[in-house]
Design a protein around this ligand. Structure first.
Ligand code: PMP
Length: 450
């Protein structure tokens, strides 16, 4: 595609290296320029409107164009645009948000530590866990287990936690001391004759086998998303968490629930922890905490985690960790207003009420011979595509579907050949029908083109 010289498209190609993009291909295709957004819709610079079925990156919970968030940011900008939380300093928005998060936590939590992205929240969790092991006089307890196909970020440590090949290959990752156990995806990971219940138990057994092989005294923590997002929207089979959690307890291994996608209503409860009866020691939050209007994330820890860390910081004289923008006052003010909107409009109740339709329309996509499986819960789901001609080209069919969806005015995201759907929580029943009408038509377009 050729773009006019000096167009945004041409200048983008000239100056920007993009996240999660084939850079050489981008030089040829150029970008899609998104100019504005309202509700569940965004519009490109040619005036074409799309249903943003990914809520941006699983994140714009209250939809685009929410004026209350703009006003909250403006008010705080005018009063105190920046202050930090280093060395005993604080400010109103960070205190209020920390208090709010602890009060709404799905299991008893003691303290909140603010960061600016999901990656930073998980990276901080990992550093805090190592620091705590030293504080407890267990310097050998440093290994961390996450799961294949899990997604926890892209810093050096969190890309290591992430269990996806593209985050490791050519980066010389994962780091030593970070291990991966079986992904809870039944269709691809089951053994011959294993039903879902037996598979769930075996996942727990695989975890225990890994712990025993490495030495239980060397394992510090287990990181997991209640529902895997970027790994393909994988909802664990029934009985999975019931089998996995006792293994962690048995060996005194901390459980970090990565609620970066699930948090703030996505699964039909305020937190995925509640949906699946989890008992994490630490919870990481981002994305929907501010509907991504500004970057902010948080790590919540319980008292048993906080205590030794506090003692160690006292012994050394400092907890030597912090980001300039940790608890940024404007981002915190926006997050507070965003949570207020989620509560006032009962968006969690709304998700509960409309998710049966969302899940039904998602399941119906499987009527197409191209769709091998659909997966989902609440307002998150994926349809996995397959076709004989593409078996040796993983992701190619997904990329085709992405193009077909775009042409029809639907933004999804292909994770390999799985098409993800994770719309703003404010979506209406009529809009859910519009979304899946477009998805059905897009899949049909792909099918006809083969
Ligand atoms: N954890 C989960 C579950 C995520 O989905 C993501 C981002 N998709 C992250 C962590 C990393 O967040 P960020 O991109 O803000 O670093």
């Amino acid at each position: 595609m050729s773009h006019l010289p000096n167009s945004l498209e041409a200048r983008d190609v000239a100056y920007q290296l993009h996240a999660y993009t084939d850079a050489r291909r981008h030089e040829e295709t150029g970008p899609l320029v998104i100019e504005k957004g309202e509700g569940i819709y965004v519009e490109d610079n040619s005036g074409k409107r799309y249903i943003e079925a990914m809520a941006g990156l699983w994140s714009v919970a209250v939809g685009f164009g929410e004026k209350r968030l703009v006003e909250a940011a403006t008010r705080q900008m005018e009063k105190l645009p920046f202050y930090h939380t280093f060395s005993h300093k604080t400010h109103g928005p960070s205190v209020e948000l920390a208090e709010k998060l602890v009060s709404m936590a799905p299991v008893p939590m003691s303290k909140v530590y603010f960061t600016n992205s999901g990656s930073e929240a998980n990276d901080t969790a990992l550093k805090l866990i190592w620091y705590r092991s030293n504080a407890l006089g267990q310097p050998e307890r440093k290994k961390i287990i996450s799961r294949m196909r899990g997604y926890h970020g892209v810093t050096v440590a969190t890309a290591s936690l992430t269990g996806l090949p593209n985050n490791h290959r050519s980066f010389d990752l994962p780091l030593p001391r970070i291990l991966h156990t079986t992904s809870p995806h039944y269709r691809t990971m089951k053994k011959d004759g294993e039903d879902e219940a037996a598979f769930a138990k075996r996942c727990a057994q695989d975890l225990e086998d890994l712990i025993l092989a490495e030495g239980p005294e060397t394992i510090a923590a287990f990181f997991a998303e209640p529902v895997m997002g970027a790994g393909g929207v994988i909802v664990p089979p029934e009985g999975y968490w019931e089998a996995v959690q006792p293994v962690l307890k048995k060996y005194g291994i901390l459980f970090v629930a990565d609620e970066v996608i699930c948090g703030f209503g996505r699964t039909g409860e305020m937190f995925g922890t509640t949906t699946f009866n989890l008992e994490p020691d630490m919870i990481t939050l981002s994305k929907a905490i501010s509907s991504s209007y500004l970057p902010i994330s948080a790590l919540m820890v319980n008292e048993a985690v906080y205590g030794p860390v506090a003692d160690e910081s006292h012994k050394i004289g400092v907890w030597g960790h912090g980001y300039t923008a940790s608890g940024h006052p404007v981002a915190a003010a926006v997050a507070l207003e965003n949570i207020k909107i989620i509560e006032e409009r009962d968006l969690v109740g709304h998700v509960k009420a409309i998710s049966p339709l969302f899940q039904k329309r998602l399941k119906d996509l499987a009527a197409s011979p191209l769709v091998i499986e659909t997966r989902g819960i609440g307002l998150i789901g994926a349809a996995e595509l397959t076709h004989g001609a593409f078996l040796d080209k993983p992701g190619a069919l997904g990329a085709l579907a992405n193009g077909a969806f775009h042409a029809r005015g639907l933004i999804s995201r292909n994770m390999g050949d799985s098409m993800a759907f994770c719309p703003p929580l404010i979506i209406s029943e009529a809009q859910i029908n519009d979304l899946f009408d477009l998805a059905e038509a897009g899949i049909e377009d792909v099918s006809k083109g083969l």
